[in-house]
Design a protein around this ligand. Structure first.
Ligand code: AMP
Ligand code: GLY
Length: 423
């Protein structure tokens, strides 16, 4: 069998999960990461490239015999890294920049959704602050204010009152989210449980992966500020067959609409849904795998990920190449004290090996770094994602928390109620 050398871009728990699955493929050749983290660098070599630079990634890949570039985070996608890699004739997993606008511009995503007749919150978008404020006053109640562009998971203000909404509008236009806030989207507030559905696509065929539910707030009981995600489980028992079928159709319609508009979406499309009493409605799309959703979806998936990713790029994806476990997965994020605000790094982490040896446990690294002696230290806000798989939801949850107890570092912070509501 031909081996494929792979360059994976990114440094989060999502990328560690992708790398682990790729490394298990019989087709995997040499593995490189940029920049990687303490866990990823145990499985792959570091590549000296700037992951956000299209020419850097494309040139290095061409010069080093790379047969597949896998892009984890959104920034390189929006910057056009996939375009540059494909222009060299190298297969790439991740959409080109025109398709990545599904995440890069909320206004663009809303327009595609309108054309595809996909249920989502009613909205208006503004480049003029006074007009935006006037609209928020006219709504006179709860609404959601969003900076249009990429804002690293921030840039969304869920406002219960007109004053909170006005404060959000001010933050956007005063540059709190950089350029992302020069256009502002104001949305109707939706209510219900949230559910993520990731789908792989080659631009024609859409293969939905398992459902998952993230916990975005920092503290127990969904209190505190929004984060990148503090924990997640899969699948989501609250989702009915009818809701799943609606969500799947949404993913298919969006990919078909983009194709009709002349845009091939190839890669992972992430649909964030609110399960409202009128059915699932889209909160947002992302142009990549979710983090931490990937850390519960991939461990339950049986597939040769190198083959699947090459198929997405080549346009010959089919649903038969992916099978699922019946097991449940729960992942708990261990974060640094202070996250998502400021936090300290460089704390020694103990117990990862002990936790990893427990049945059903995989510890994915996010913000970690190995020192010269190979000892792992904290190096970010979200430090580790501790994932457990088990035959029942309750068991998966117990295993995950038992493993979290084994791991220690100064300032270890985590939610104790991941999946509690689903139980
Ligand atoms: P987003 O980055 O757009 O997914 O927004 C982050 C979070 O804000 C979502 O996961 C929801 O919890 C919340 N959110 C976004 N849009 C809405 C909406 N229209 N109604 C209620 N909550 C929302
Ligand atoms: N967990 C949310 C995201 O990946 O955007």
């Amino acid at each position: 069998m031909d081996k494929t050398n792979i360059l994976l871009l990114g440094a989060g728990g999502r990328e560690h999960a992708l790398l682990k699955k790729l490394s298990e493929s019989p087709r995997a050749g040499k593995l490189y990461v940029a920049p990687g983290n303490g866990g990823m660098l145990q499985l792959a070599q570091s590549a000296p490239v700037n992951p956000d630079s299209p020419t850097d990634v494309a040139d290095w890949s061409a010069a080093n015999g790379i047969g597949l570039v896998v892009i984890g985070p959104e920034a390189p996608l929006v910057a056009g890294v996939a375009d540059a890699v494909r222009a060299k004739g190298i297969p790439c997993f991740g959409p080109n920049a025109n398709a990545a606008r599904m995440e890069g511009s909320k206004e663009f995503a809303k327009q595609v959704m309108a054309r595809a007749n996909v249920p989502t919150a009613a909205y208006k978008s503004f480049t003029d602050r006074a007009a935006c404020e006037a609209y928020v006053r006219e709504l006179d109640g709860p609404c959601v204010v969003k900076a249009d562009g990429l804002a690293a998971g921030k840039g969304v203000i869920v406002a219960q009152t007109t004053q909170e909404a006005l404060d959000g509008v001010a933050q956007c236009f005063e540059g709190a989210f950089g350029d992302a806030g020069s256009m502002v989207v104001v949305e109707e507030m939706l209510e219900g449980p949230e559910c993520s559905l990731l789908a792989l696509t080659d631009g024609k065929t859409v293969v939905p992966l398992a459902t998952s539910q993230d916990h975005k707030r920092a503290y127990d009981g969904d209190k505190g500020p929004n984060t990148g995600g503090m924990g997640v489980y899969s699948p989501v028992p609250a989702v009915s067959d009818e809701e799943l079928s609606t969500m799947t159709q949404v993913m298919e319609r969006v990919v078909a609409q983009l194709a009709a508009d002349g845009i091939t979406y190839s890669g992972c499309l992430y649909g964030g849904f609110m399960l409202t009493k009128d059915g699932p409605k889209v909160l947002e799309f992302n142009a990549r795998f979710g983090d931490p959703e990937t850390q519960v979806v991939l461990p339950r998936m049986h597939a040769d990920l190198v083959d699947v990713f090459l198929r997405c790029d080549a346009g010959n994806l089919n649903a038969n190449v992916i099978q699922w476990d019946d097991d449940w997965a729960v992942s708990v994020v261990l974060a640094s004290a202070g996250y998502p605000g400021s936090y300290e790094s460089g704390k020694r982490i103990t117990g990862i090996e002990k936790a990893s040896a427990m049945p059903g446990i995989t510890v994915y690294h996010a913000g970690t770094k190995a020192d010269e002696a190979g000892v792992i230290h904290t190096a970010g806000g979200r430090v580790l994602a501790v994932t457990a798989v088990a035959p029942t939801f309750a068991e998966a949850r117990e295993r995950a928390y038992a493993a979290c107890d084994c791991i220690d570092f100064e300032g270890k912070q985590y939610r104790t109620d991941i999946g509690a509501r689903a139980l």
